[in-house]
Design a protein around this ligand. Sequence first.
Ligand code: UDP
Length: 313
Amino acid sequence: MKYVITGGAGFIGSHLVDRLLSQNHQVIVLDNLITGNSANISQHSDNANFKFINHNVSNPITLDDEIDWVVHFASPASPVDYLQLTIETLKVNSLGTHNMLGLARAKNAKYFLASTSEVYGDPEIHPQPETYWGHVNPIGPRGVYDEAKRFAEALTMAYHNKHALDTRIVRIFNCYGPRLRIKDGRVVSNFISQALNNEPLTVYGDGSQTRSFQYISDLVEGIVRLMGTEYHEPVNIGNPQEKTVLELAHLIKDLTESKSEIIVKPLPIDDPKRRLPDITLAKKLLNWSPQKDLIAGLTETIAWYQERLVVNR
Ligand code: UDP
């Protein structure tokens, strides 16, 4: 099958590209490298099944190829990125989603949308099932991402209902692993690089806020399984192993045997207090559950960072 993957040079997109190429599918990556990295896909440059097009999918594109799947993963996704790239984030999830739905329709292809647990905002119920409508501040700083992804879901469902487009929506909870950009500002990348450099680990707020971290290989497996269903409504993919940010800081400090101290910085506005996926649906529908536990996943991620960081020890 032939897949178009937007954001295929990004963290999650590139792992999906690896997986699909390993199964002998053909892949065309559309990415403008605004937060992606060509090094994530350079290993495929000699593969005849692989093509990279440097393109911002907020602008339309015409492709001559026959396409079976349009998979829309392009978007800044780290809070630090989307708080800077505000309009780019709104555009890629609105105009970009529209362009890619149009491409799927023109090619009679299936369509897969990467959505996010951010559609739940700062949730008021725990864990968060897909049926929860969320608690989002539309005009707060995170609104540029949260509302854009909510719009992307609405547009995808409209194309499904109006044009009978064969669509899927995954809601991705916090994910980490190799290729998570060292400077993307997320908690796992910050803590690992700080710990390896023996710099202070920056805990925002009192560190009592929670996240539930899934390893990249578990997410890719969930995505591939969802593609294999006929289910059109959103499906949570995440690991319900919930940790406070402070617990995560101590864990990473221990795993890296770092001498770093842990310091406190202000909590960003609208930072969700608790995030925990309800994965009942994914378990039932996909026979999927996360396999990689946090210590094993962090150990592999730390090893990847170690190879890339200039460590001031
Ligand atoms: N965080 C932190 N220190 C950092 C970076 C993030 O304490 O150096 C916190 C952040 O305030 C949030 C959690 O870690 O509560 C997860 O943040 P991240 O940016 O990874 O993603 P989010 O889940 O908020 O989208």
